[in-house]
Design a protein around this ligand. Structure first.
Ligand code: NCD
Ligand code: ZN
Length: 369
């Protein structure tokens, strides 16, 4: 049995308030524990979005009542809330800025609106930017101009990882994360093939079923050259993040499929399978799922917290076995090697042999410690 520190996921969507039919703090943090995560940072693109004191209170009240693992809640950058969110910084995970189009209402088009946030948000916390391609370059320019940390969410492209590498070499305070789906999947082949080839595990991939909506995710799944570049430049990547973005199967297969994949319960098994494959080491995982997110987001250590993993256990990923409420996974049927057996969270057995053992409300807001 392999013992690791409790993992931190710096990017999850728990859908509360507003869309608890997709997920809530209870189901989402159960999924986290089952996936080996003991601390999750919740995104603010809810309904209503979390963007001021009263909406932050709304999310934190739901979390306090329902979360089973520890958490912190992001606040979102809006067109006129720079002072308000800056005043909330010590209570929030960090500030999230949506610079490109995705799910939810929080998006800032006008770059002059970015400036106030970069000036005012306290520098001991990063600004997390959803920014793809050239808007990512703009976010890095802002990090340089205001000499403050920026964390680029879910990078997916060769040009992104190479630009971040160059920016880091010049001393700009930029960090980044990558999601398992951008490491293990490429863009679907054109219809009617509808399969997602796995460039990493050729025996996996394929048979997602359903319509093209199941492949919708932001950033989009990329090309082989992009996936290759992410693996080749892993030293540039600071964190693994799931971007757990649950939408129901019915929604994914509808006329207007929302973008997003669930990921909390598949991330570690996929990464451990890559370890078995010789592409990654356990130290690589601990660095990017514990050490670096803790440092970048200024998170406290969780006392007496660890996970136990059976590296040899082989099994098939099945949506039916998952705690997430969304009812599907893009990795259905994939064969993986490495299973979470037990999770101990603050000296309490929180998950064992497929069962979540701590009640709703056991999870704590680490920003209140
Ligand atoms: C996310 C969601 O559904 O909230 N969707 C996604 O495709 N990643 C939003 C986001 O993180 O961009
Ligand atoms: Zn996201």
């Amino acid at each position: 049995m392999l013992k690791l520190p409790g993992l931190i996921d710096p990017h999850v969507h728990l859908r509360e308030p507003g869309a608890t039919h997709k997920e809530d703090f209870d189901s989402g943090t159960s999924a986290a524990l089952a996936g080996g995560f003991t601390l999750v940072l919740a995104m603010p693109n809810t309904k209503p979005p979390i963007f001021d004191a009263s909406t932050l209170d709304l999310a934190l009240a739901a979390a306090k009542e329902k979360a089973r693992c520890d958490y912190a809640q992001f606040v979102g950058a809006g067109p006129d809330n720079a002072d308000q969110v800056a005043a909330l910084a010590d209570k929030a995970a960090a500030l999230k800025m949506y610079l490109d189009k995705t799910f939810g209402e929080l998006r800032l088009d006008d770059m002059t609106l970015w400036q106030l946030h970069f000036q005012k948000y306290p520098k001991q916390y990063p600004i997390v930017a959803h920014s793809e391609s050239r808007s990512m370059a703009a976010a890095i320019l802002f990090a340089a101009m205001y000499d403050r940390p920026v964390h680029i969410a879910h990078i997916s492209l060769r040009e992104e990882v190479l630009l971040i590498k160059a920016a880091k070499e010049r001393g700009i305070k930029v960090t980044c994360e990558v999601c398992p789906h951008h490491l293990f999947l490429t863009a679907p082949l054109p219809p009617p093939v509808l399969r997602t080839p796995s460039p990493i595990f050729p025996e996996n991939g394929g048979g997602l079923g359903g319509g093209r909506g199941r492949f919708e995710v932001r950033p989009r799944l990329a090309a082989q050259k992009d996936v290759d570049a992410l693996w080749a430049n892993l030293d540039v990547i600071d964190c693994f993040a799931t971007d757990h973005a649950p939408h129901t199967l019915e929604e994914k297969d509808s006329e207007k499929p929302p973008p997003g994949f669930p990921g909390l319960e598949t991330a570690l098994p996929l990464l451990l399978t890559a370890v078995d494959d010789g592409r990654l080491t356990i130290d690589d995982i601990v660095l990017r799922s514990v050490t670096n997110p803790r440092r970048i987001f200024n998170l406290p250590e969780q006392p007496e917290t660890w996970i136990e993993v059976d590296e040899k256990a082989e099994y098939e990923i099945k949506a039916a076995d998952q705690f997430t409420r969304c009812g599907w996974t893009p990795f259905e049927g994939w064969k993986v090697k490495g299973q979470v057996i037990r999770v101990v969270l603050r000296a309490c057995e929180a998950f064992k042999d497929g069962k979540v053992l701590v009640p709703p409300g056991y999870g704590q807001n680490v920003r209140a410690w």
